[in-house]
Design a protein around this ligand. Structure first.
Ligand SMILES: [Zn+2]
Ligand SMILES: [Zn+2]
Length: 303
């Protein structure tokens, strides 16, 4: 195991058209953009109150993203998913982020949410660390649903801060088609279809560390086949948010076309388009993705 600062940085391919298998996030910018996007989407949504609450929470993440994150995690950049929970389950540095996040959010939220925050602030560090690991393992029902949103937000702050340092030390060319984040092993939120450096490239966006990784189009992220894939939308075939379904495993992922709407954010727009999930569920499809802002509503870890 090595500390990030001791590992040499990998050389970057100088060609401007070279496909980057991994896109490192700039967390402060990601959170600031997401908070604004949530506020905008709340304006004409039946989920307005929830989107506004998420906007406040993400705004606090944006503020904290530029503060001291404490010690770096230990990792070995040569391993697969070096920051996965299997390698980092003993890391508790994110608990400091959780306390900062809760104190900063407390005066900004409605009374019923403030009550939940006060309860969470009283929990023992061992309990919080255990819940964090359960969430990262997809065992969502092992964690009180009302706490999950805050615990995930704090872990995301910590891991998204260190992910870029790790990515600069990973051999990106060794990253193959992976349905889970090659950096932290978490599920994606949605697919972003980007126009740079080449048209129509699909990247999966990590629900925890905000990294994006390349994944070919029309290929199922859940069962690894490409025979029964379909891309569709509900009202306008040129819609910015479309769905890729797999008729083999009945899984689906949302496809967010950045060229149609440059303001799209994986987490915010996935959350605001929940009506699509309801329709897909009626037709027998299940999401192959996880939205961190929806954890309070997830019933189990069957993702
Ligand atoms: Zn990740
Ligand atoms: Zn499939």
């Amino acid at each position: 195991m090595s500390n990030a600062s001791e590992i040499p940085v990998m050389p970057i391919d100088p060609s401007p058209l070279a496909l980057k298998p991994l896109l490192a996030a700039k967390p402060a910018e990601v959170y600031a953009h997401r908070a604004k996007r949530l506020e905008r989407l709340a304006e004409d949504s039946p989920l307005a109150d929830y989107l506004k609450l998420c906007s406040v929470l993400v705004g606090v993440q944006a503020k904290l993203a530029v503060t001291d994150m404490g010690p770096a995690p230990e990792f070995n950049a040569d391993q697969m998913q070096p920051m996965s929970v299997g390698f980092t389950q003993d890391n508790r540095y994110w608990l400091a982020q959780l306390q900062s996040l809760l104190s900063d959010a407390l005066p900004l939220v409605p009374a019923n949410v403030a009550e939940i925050i006060r309860e969470l602030m009283q929990q023992a560090p061992e309990q919080l660390a255990d819940w964090g690991n359960c969430l990262r393992r997809g065992k969502f029902s092992d964690v009180p649903a009302q706490y999950s949103l805050f615990i995930w937000a704090a872990m995301s702050l910590y891991w998204s801060h260190w992910a870029p340092a790790l990515i600069s030390r990973m051999d990106a060319n060794a990253v193959k088609q992976e349905s889970l984040c090659p950096v932290c092993g978490s599920h994606p939120v949605a697919s972003m279809v980007r126009e740079e450096p080449r048209e129509g490239l699909r990247y999966l966006h990590c629900s925890l560390c905000e990294t994006e990784w390349h994944y070919v189009r029309a290929h199922c992220t859940a069962c690894d086949q490409s025979e029964a894939m379909e891309l569709w939308s509900f009202d306008d075939h040129q819609a910015a948010v479309r769905i890729e379904t797999c008729d083999d495993c009945k899984g689906y992922t949302k496809m967010l076309f950045v060229s149609k709407s440059p303001q799209l954010d994986a987490v915010a727009d996935d959350l605001a388009s929940l009506a699509l999930d309801a329709q897909l569920s009626e037709q027998g499809y299940s999401a192959t993705t996880v939205n961190p802002l929806l954890l309070a509503h997830e019933a189990d870890g069957s993702v």
